[in-house]
Design a protein around this ligand. Structure first.
Ligand code: SAM
Length: 275
């Protein structure tokens, strides 16, 4: 029998956020795959867990995945964790999870902290839809078009880029759009502040410690854009038939509307037959 791959969320700052079930699974696993074994050993030691750790990070993901899949096939249970939060969410792990599915190995999530969901839950934007965009590709200006959506957008950002990213958001979406800046969540200097985008640069500059730490941004929803009604195939065909022969009118109407050309051609001939 193959083992089970547990995908285990760990705290994003406050060690007390490790769930009893996460600790149970980590203590019972034959192997714990960690993004950084030194970081994870601190978490494990804080909870008195002496697990066998192996590294799985961005630079060895492929080879580590092969070794872990072999261990799972032999019947070992593997727990996957990252440095903080939920593995495979802007963190390594997805390759291993996908390989486990391909191999028919059972994958079990052990849910818990994630900076994105923690920030979104404390942002207060109504509605069930959001876009999780992770880290913006650099330079941020080029990646902003994809964020122009009528629902909130969650972004991760590093402290050395936070000011530039907020400026880029301000230029692209204007000063009236709302933003929530969630900083150092679950830690001693945690801040969650909701404001106009126009006020965000000054908020960041107001305290020197706001240039450090870990950040999640939640951009408020944009305006829903009016969607132009799709052109009606029959109406387009009728207009084109006033100037073109049936075959040509059907061809163009199919290209404009996406309707099947044959059906339009038959409709064009039927119209021609009508007295
Ligand atoms: N997988 C993790 C999760 O589920 O939260 C995220 C990993 S990603 C590599 C790290 C980024 O998450 C940081 O750069 C920051 O944007 C965000 N982050 C992690 N911990 C945070 C915290 N305590 N407060 C605010 N943001 C945090």
């Amino acid at each position: 029998m193959p083992g089970t791959l547990y995908v285990v969320a760990t705290p994003i700052g406050n060690l007390a956020d490790a769930s009893p079930r996460a600790l149970e699974v980590l203590a019972a696993a034959d192997l714990v795959a960690c993004e950084d074994t030194r970081t994870s050993r601190k978490l494990l030691a804080a909870h008195g867990i002496a697990a066998r750790t192996v590294a799985l990070h961005a630079h060895n993901e492929r080879t580590a995945t092969e070794r872990l899949i072999a261990a799972l096939r032999e019947g070992k249970n593997v727990a996957l964790i990252s440095d903080a939060g939920t593995p495979a969410v802007s963190d390594p792990g997805a390759l291993l999870v996908a390989a486990a599915h391909r191999e028919g190995i059972r994958v079990v999530p052990v849910p818990g902290p994630s900076a994105a969901i923690a920030a979104y839950s404390a942002a207060g934007f109504a509605g069930g839809t959001f876009l999780f965009a992770g880290f913006l590709a650099a330079p941020p200006e080029k990646a902003l078009d994809a964020l122009d959506v009528p629902y909130p957008v969650i972004l991760y950002e590093a402290p050395h880029r936070i000011a530039a990213t907020v400026r880029a958001l301000l230029e692209r979406f204007g000063p009236e759009r709302e933003i929530v800046i969630a900083r150092e969540l679950t830690k001693k200097f945690e801040e969650v502040a909701r404001m106009r985008l126009g006020d965000a640069p000054a908020w960041l500059e107001a305290c020197p410690h706001r240039r450090q730490g870990e950040f999640v941004l939640v951009l408020g929803p944009g305006e829903a854009k009016a969607v132009a009604p799709a052109p009606q195939p029959e109406r387009v065909l009728e207009l084109l038939l006033a100037a073109l022969p049936a075959g040509e009118a059907a061809r163009l109407a199919a290209r404009i509307t996406g309707a099947p050309r044959n059906a339009l051609y038959r409709a064009a001939l039927a119209r021609a037959r009508k007295p």
